[in-house]
Design a protein around this ligand. Structure first.
Ligand SMILES: Cc1ncc(COP(=O)(O)O)c(C=O)c1O
Length: 367
């Protein structure tokens, strides 16, 4: 078998994005053991930097071993017990996945829905929560990668602040790419993934649980369904006890540590502004070429643009050509948008004018 030599693609899809050389370099440094004192110091540093990026004081903030979906499962399986009620908001693939996960936990799921490509009405969600004060949690996707909607969530967080119902937020495509403030916005549980705006390879799911969520966890009547994702046991490793639970993916943690260092060096606000500016530049260029946009105006997610190619364009054919001939990856549409849209990601290092210019230049060959 030959040595692996993947091409240098420009990853402008829904994630993963290209990873800074510094992250790759950190990931090629020598392994230490998962109980090595050096590694434990590193674990503390990662958690501390994650708190800064999530904007939270939550002690229970750490990376779950696994991709974003492991973060999703970790929040649901720990907070829900069979028979609980969960209000789940749905306007795309990932909200739908949340409802599936909640059902698998044995919860009675109350769905609040909006058309894909449209935001959910916070007033309608709050009305549903008023009708279901028994709900253990309300779950919503803040950045819906399947449609490119940035969902307003702050009114829900405000409403739930003094209620028993927990506020659970999917921030997979949001963290370090758009404004997100766990403590100020009343978010009780949140998860993300490393391969999006954190610009680290896929493989870890940063999560954070606040005091209200920890109370729920403490008062469970049944064991958490998942052994691997049981927070009470995971925290014995990530917390002060440092008890072995599973062998941590050391190299991924090196990568996340470096990725977080890069983010904090740049500044969170500066990074978020850079994502917005790049998305603005892309939208302008695409509009000039006759593209439309699937996500409702005013709710577009800067790290992920859902673009409708001009009439007459071979949507899937050109997407394949971009990859094969130009080494540029953009994502295809999902669900009702399959074969109709492209999902163009500008995440991490790729959220810049130069990368946008490379894509727009390539697209001109098809105009
Ligand atoms: C909003 C959202 N939630 C959850 C996930 C699942 O993450 P992963 O594919 O890393 O398991 C994704 C992945 O794209 C996502 O965009």
């Amino acid at each position: 078998m030959d040595e692996l030599k993947p091409p240098q693609r420009l990853l402008l899809g829904p994630g993963p994005c290209n990873v800074p050389y510094r992250v790759l370099r950190a990931m090629s440094t020598p392994l230490v053991g998962h109980l090595d004192p050096l590694f434990m110091k590193m674990m503390d540093e990662v958690c501390q930097m994650l708190r800064q990026v999530f904007k939270t004081e939550n002690q229970m903030t750490f990376p779950v071993s696994g991709t974003g979906s492991a973060g999703m499962e970790a929040t649901f399986v720990n907070l829900l017990e069979p028979g609980d009620t969960a209000v789940v908001c749905l306007n795309g693939v990932f909200g739908t996945r949340m409802a599936d996960v909640a059902e698998r936990c044995g919860a009675k799921v109350i769905k609040v829905e909006a058309e894909w490509g449209q935001p959910l009405d916070q007033g309608k969600i709050i009305e549903t929560l008023k009708a279901h004060p028994e709900a253990k949690l309300c779950a919503i996707v803040y950045a819906e990668t399947s449609t490119g909607i940035l969902q307003p969530i702050q009114e829900i967080g405000e409403y739930l602040k003094d209620k028993d119902t927990l506020f659970l937020v999917d921030a997979v495509t949001a963290l370090a790419g758009v404004k997100l403030e766990l403590d100020a916005w009343g978010i009780d549980a949140c998860y993300s993934g490393t391969q999006k705006c954190l610009a680290v390879p896929p493989g870890l799911a940063p999560v954070s649980f606040g005091p209200k969520a920890i109370e729920v966890l403490k008062n469970r009547k049944t064991k958490v369904q998942s052994w691997y994702l049981d927070l009470t046991m995971l925290m014995k490793y990530w917390g002060s006890e440092r008890l072995y639970h599973h062998t941590a993916p050391i190299t991924m943690i090196y990568g996340l540590r470096e990725g977080l260092r890069i983010i904090l060096e740049e500044g969170l606000d500066e990074r978020i502004a850079r994502h917005a500016a790049a998305a603005g530049h892309l939208a302008k260029g695409l509009t000039e070429m006759g593209f439309g946009f699937w996500a409702a105006e005013g709710y577009r997610l800067p790290p992920l643009t859902s673009a409708i190619p001009p009439q007459g364009w071979d949507v899937e054919g050109i997407r394949k050509k971009l990859l094969a001939d130009y080494d540029i990856e953009v994502g295809g549409g999902l669900g009702p948008a399959a074969g109709k849209i492209w999902r163009i990601g500008l995440m991490g290092e790729n959220a810049c004018v130069q990368k946008v210019a490379v894509l727009l230049r390539a697209l001109q060959d098809f105009a």
